[in-house]
Design a protein around this ligand. Structure first.
Ligand code: NAD
Ligand code: G6P
Ligand code: MN
Length: 432
């Protein structure tokens, strides 16, 4: 019987996680579910735990739900630790977005200057959690969805002894969209992705012995694109660029392929309905009002408007694949080890892998075209320098990384933006 710990239990996504555990109760016998949060999230996590208890009772199951602000108590003897906290909560995300926009850069949770700031707030807390895991549950798996998921996972794998796997819902959404286009059940075809978190390409779509990639590409170019997560506004890809690419870029690549268009769109949104963080803040308030209803005993439909839809689903499936040694193919953040040639072995990549009880075994990736490889290498160097900066408090590493990032401005603008980022985040960036 398993003990599962969720760090950031007050997340509005948690009901999806509960649903995933309920659906897998037979194959993944969870005895205790510990929801850990902080003082600021106390009210949220209480509402979530009440809803979780109703959902579990409604199905007549027996999973004990516990809420605590005492992380050590929760971690003791855990089997799986799911990390889904947001360092600095939504206000920090909004600040990142606004600071970037103020300095003429794309303001986004995981990309550019915002992604850097998020990493610097999150990595020190994650390393503390890992230190406690090494002591209190050394055999547990850490499943990380806390963003920026790839960089956070790289920090854990480089600087701790914790067994960690990073997750994202983007490949899951791509897989579901592809299933819809080719008219196949999800288990009936194989999608292979490779790249970095929020920087992946679908490389193969094997179905009935043939690669359906070009069929899917044709549909996308016709404007039928069900592969985009809800947080990214619908858009059309540059047709000429994609037509002969032979790979399907994930929606986040829009930030690189069409940065100026996005910049303009973001500026308009920021002056209108608000940045994505601001929109999410209002959405979250509505969600918690729904969760509070004592009659509600299932995951409400409104949650689908959040960009992170299905990521808890992926987390539950990953736990079950490890626990049952399912050897299923999933798309995870793990150590490169030569999987993508042209990147260091010890960096973290997001690649399709066979999930075993001993960990993920990544599938061999065809070489990337030169231009794509250069982008991946550049972004990996940005990520690795950001991880180094976040761990060591090294502002020079920070700057060296940021100037490589194609959506970050350089020179005086960067110096000022970086100074403001550190100043506004003093509570969360003790390393600087
Ligand atoms: P959120 O703002 O609701 O935060 C979740 C909870 O974390 C809150 O209840 C908050 O109080 C708590 N928290 C903050 N700091 C904490 C700490 N130090 N220890 C414990 N709890 C803490 O955020 P959210 O929108 O639910 O997202 C949570 C995280 O998951 C974010 O990092 C987000 O980017 C990430 N996410 C990732 C994916 C993915 O694809 N990997 C998908 C969705 C969300
Ligand atoms: C998903 C990403 C997540 C991200 C989320 C944002 O597409 O994979 O990593 O956290 O979108 O969604 P939100 O609703 O918070 O903007
Ligand atoms: Mn993601």
């Amino acid at each position: 019987i398993l003990k599962i710990v969720v760090i950031g239990g007050g997340s509005s996504y948690t009901p999806e996680l509960i649903e995933g555990l309920i659906n897998r109760y037979e194959e993944l016998p969870v005895g205790e579910l510990w929801l850990v949060d902080i003082e600021d999230g106390h009210e949220k996590v209480q509402i979530i735990s009440e809803l979780a208890k109703r959902m579990i009772k409604n199905k007549g199951l027996c999973i004990e739900v516990k809420v605590t602000l005492d992380r050590r108590l929760a971690l003791e003897g855990a089997d799986f630790v799911c990390s889904q906290f947001r360092a600095g909560c939504l206000d920090a995300r909004i600040r990142d977005e606004r600071i970037s926009l103020k300095y003429g850069m794309i303001g986004q949770e995981t990309n550019g200057l915002g992604g850097f700031a998020n990493a610097c707030r999150t990595i020190p807390i994650t390393l503390e959690i890992c230190k406690e895991m090494e002591e209190l549950c050394p055999d547990a798996w850490l499943l990380n969805f806390t963003n920026p998921s790839g960089m956070v996972t790289e920090a854990v794998l480089k600087y701790t002894n914790v067994k960690a796997i990073g997750l994202c819902n983007v490949p899951v959404i791509m897989e579901k969209g592809i299933a819809q286009i080719i008219g196949a059940d999800e288990g009936d075809f194989v999608m292979q992705v490779a790249g970095l978190n929020h920087l992946i390409w679908a490389r193969k779509i094997l179905h009935n012995g043939t690669d359906k990639l070009s069929i899917v590409m044709d549909e996308i170019l016709k404007g039928n694109d069900p592969l985009i997560p809800s947080n990214i506004p619908p858009f059309n890809w540059p047709q000429d660029l994609l037509k002969d690419m032979g790979m399907i870029p994930c929606a986040y690549l829009r930030y690189y392929y069409t940065s100026d268009d996005i910049m303009q769109q973001e500026q308009e949104e920021a002056e209108g309905e608000g940045t994505r963080g601001e929109v999410v803040k209002a959405m979250e308030k509505r969600l918690f009002d729904i969760y509070k209803n004592p009659e509600l005993a299932e995951k409400p439909k409104e949650l689908e408007k959040r960009g992170g839809q299905y990521y808890s689903e992926a987390a539950c499936e990953l736990m079950s694949s490890i626990y049952n040694d399912k050897r299923k193919i999933m798309h995870v953040n793990t150590r490169n080890n030569g999987t993508i040639s042209g990147l260091p072995d010890d960096c973290v990549v997001e690649v399709s892998s066979i999930i075993t009880k001993n960990g993920p075994l990544p599938l061999n990736v065809d070489p990337f075209p030169c231009d794509t490889l250069r982008l991946i290498q550049l972004m990996k160097e940005f990520e690795t320098l950001t991880v180094e900066a976040a761990v060591k408090g090294d502002l020079v590493a920070a700057k060296r990384g940021l100037i490589l990032n194609p959506i970050v401005n350089t020179g005086t603008i960067l110096d000022e933006a970086l100074k403001e980022t550190v100043k506004e985040n003093l509570d969360y960036m003790p390393q600087f």
